[in-house]
Design a protein around this ligand. Structure first.
Ligand SMILES: Cc1cc2nc3c(=O)[nH]c(=O)nc-3n(C[C@H](O)[C@H](O)[C@H](O)COP(=O)(O)O)c2cc1C
Length: 179
């Protein structure tokens, strides 16, 4: 298994919750870059897929519908390594998987999906659901990046060491780069 994947799994399993934050970069309809933080909530292997949640009415979900390719820029500060994970992002529609991730969220996080449309003036109608509902509301989107390229910058030894990882026929191949 490639070291970056081992690191990602270890951080999501054992690291401080803040180390799961990553900046998700997308492109909007005018070709402009947009970035915001998300919580990486799960990683699956073979192929590698990183999962996060978003409001289905949000700008990022619209942007991903127009241009699925995105980047997750992740810097778990306790590790001194920057990871840039790139690939297409799709919506996971499996009801069981959506329900399982909804169940894992705190009521406070679930409440984020129950208000008016994100980015609109405060107020407005949300879905007819509560934070204690076992089934996620329609506004709850489970998103998944299928990672096909990774750029790692390791600062642990002082001078930056940069490696690009690309997937070839199912195997991750490293290439050392000038930082
Ligand atoms: C630490 C942190 C974690 C966040 N995690 C998420 C997340 O997992 N999903 C999400 O949709 N928004 C998350 N947000 C809010 C987004 O950064 C953003 O403000 C919001 O989703 C609207 O983005 P958009 O208008 O680009 O769609 C988080 C914000 C912070 C500060």
């Amino acid at each position: 298994m490639s070291p970056w994947l081992t690191e990602l799994q270890a951080v999501l399993r054992d690291g401080p919750p803040t180390d799961a934050f990553a900046a998700l970069a997308t492109v909007d309809g005018d070709g402009h870059p947009r970035a915001r933080m998300v919580v990486m909530r799960a990683v699956r292997t073979g192929p590698v897929r990183v999962r996060f949640t978003a409001d289905g009415r949000s700008a990022k979900v619209r942007q991903l519908a127009g241009q699925a390719r995105a980047e997750l820029c992740w810097y778990p500060a306790s590790r001194w390594v920057q990871f840039r994970l790139a690939g297409p992002v799709g919506v996971v529609s499996d009801p069981g998987e959506r329900q399982a991730l909804w169940a894992a969220l705190t009521p406070g996080t679930r409440a984020n999906f129950l208000g008016g449309p994100p980015g609109q003036p405060l107020g407005g109608a949300g879905p007819d659901a509560t934070a204690h509902d076992p089934h996620p509301p329609a506004t709850f989107a489970l998103l998944e990046m299928t990672v096909d390229a990774v750029d790692v910058v390791d600062l642990r030894s002082g001078a930056a060491q940069r490696t690009r990882w690309v997937r070839h026929a199912g195997d991750w191949q490293p290439e050392a780069l000038n930082p």
